[in-house]
Design a protein around this ligand. Structure first.
Ligand SMILES: Cc1ncc(COP(=O)(O)O)c(C=O)c1O
Length: 388
């Protein structure tokens, strides 16, 4: 049976806020997923950049199962050596000082906005990028420069200004003395895998230094080694004041983090922020294992595999593909006018490949770090066949 888009509004008790593909995965192993009928798929999506080391990874699974045998939840009223351990590891990777744990990317960004406001005192405005995506709650949604996300939800949280992504002069133009921070993704994910021009982040860092602003980098999708560096901003060798993370941090168990400099976090004292579930022991057990798996070899391999994907698709030249872009295992394939990304994603799914879309015309690939060259070549061949 073909995997048609879900159309069961009349039978489901679920809120119909997602446009779901009509397939349910019931099992996963490595880069493979299996549906209820036992059909096998190759996962080029990782649950949108989450299950980075694939499904059912033996070491991560063992870490979580060991933790399940010990304790599941205690609350942040008590000490947590698991949190201490991961905080040290993340702070070291980021060259920053403190870590706050939450559950999602949205929450991480929400917290980062609070950090900036608390630090800035009378300065409250944050410049963000048009096309940016930071989440769906009021702070993170207001930070996201996409009109379509705001429709029907006004008034937004005040205190945001938006500048076109990749345009440094627009940031200079947006600046006013009430600005406290600049917040952006190093590569825009949801908007179609947009890479800014070289030097853009460096210019922004210098601008922040000149005007005493915080640089907040949203690494929710790009972090944890996906682009071939632990953080994508490291391609430009800039030092953020705050980094937000989530998605792949615990390979599928909900966890988010805000990594901050001492300077930017010093105002966040007891009572200023918190969450019941943030830093849950199961998620921390997984994350402490995941971060140890990301070594230089993995980073190098992620970059090379990404190049292999780009080259394989480029080699099979077809005028139905307008552009292919990305870094490491974060890739957008922009289709020629008139071809709908959703249709191609559906056909790929019918043929056993799991991908997603970014807007009307971009196919987005976020494969696991364990994907093989053979699977990449097979995918490229199938994509060409489907597009043609
Ligand atoms: C860059 C970025 N920031 C924030 C978010 C929101 O994360 P979450 O869905 O975990 O709340 C996403 C999700 O796609 C994202 O890609």
């Amino acid at each position: 049976m073909s995997n048609q888009l879900n159309n069961n509004e009349n039978t489901s008790a679920l809120l119909q806020n997602y446009s779901r593909f009509n397939v349910e995965f019931v099992k996963g192993n490595g880069f493979n997923l299996y549906d209820k009928d036992g059909k096998e798929y190759v996962d080029f999506l990782c649950g949108i950049a989450v299950t980075d080391f694939g499904h059912n990874h033996p070491e991560i699974k063992k870490a979580v199962l060991d933790q399940i045998d010990k304790i599941w939840h205690t609350s942040n009223l008590f000490q947590s050596s698991l949190q201490e351990e991961l905080a040290k590891k993340l702070a070291k990777k980021a060259n920053l000082d403190t870590v706050f744990f939450c559950n999602t990317g949205t929450e991480a960004n929400e917290a980062a906005i609070k950090f900036a406001r608390k630090w800035g005192k009378e300065r409250t405005t944050i410049i963000t990028a048009l096309g940016g995506f930071h989440g769906r709650t009021f702070g993170s949604m207001s930070a996201s420069g996409q009109y379509k996300l705001w429709e029907g939800f006004h008034p937004l949280l005040p205190g945001f200004k938006y500048a076109p992504f990749g345009d440094f002069e627009a940031i200079e133009y947006a600046y006013s003395p009430d600005v406290v921070a600049i917040m952006l993704e190093p590569i825009q994910g949801e908007s179609g895998v947009n890479i800014p021009p070289a030097g853009y982040l460096k210019q922004i860092r210098e601008f922040c230094d000149r005007h005493n602003l915080l640089l907040i980098v949203d690494e929710v999708q790009t972090g944890m080694g996906r682009t071939g560096k632990f953080f994508a901003h490291q391609w430009e060798e800039v030092q953020p004041d705050i980094i937000t993370m989530a998605k792949g941090i615990a390979n599928g168990i909900p966890l988010g983090a805000v990594i901050s400099s001492q300077k930017a976090s010093v105002q966040m004292t007891p009572g200023s922020h918190g969450t019941t579930f943030g830093g849950n022991p199961l998620a921390l057990a997984a994350a402490n294992c995941v971060i140890d798996l990301i070594d230089e070899e993995i980073l190098e391999s992620n970059f090379k595999l990404g190049e292999k994907i780009k080259n394989s698709v480029e080699l099979l030249y077809t005028d139905k593909i307008k552009a292919i872009r990305g870094r490491g295992l974060m890739i957008g394939i922009e289709l020629a006018e008139g071809i709908k990304s959703k249709d191609i994603a559906q056909k790929l799914l019918d043929n056993g490949y799991v991908v997603c879309t970014a807007g009307e015309s971009v196919i987005r690939l976020l494969p696991p770090y364990i994907i093989t060259e053979k699977e990449i070549v097979n995918f490229a061949l199938k994509l060409k066949e489907i597009i043609e």
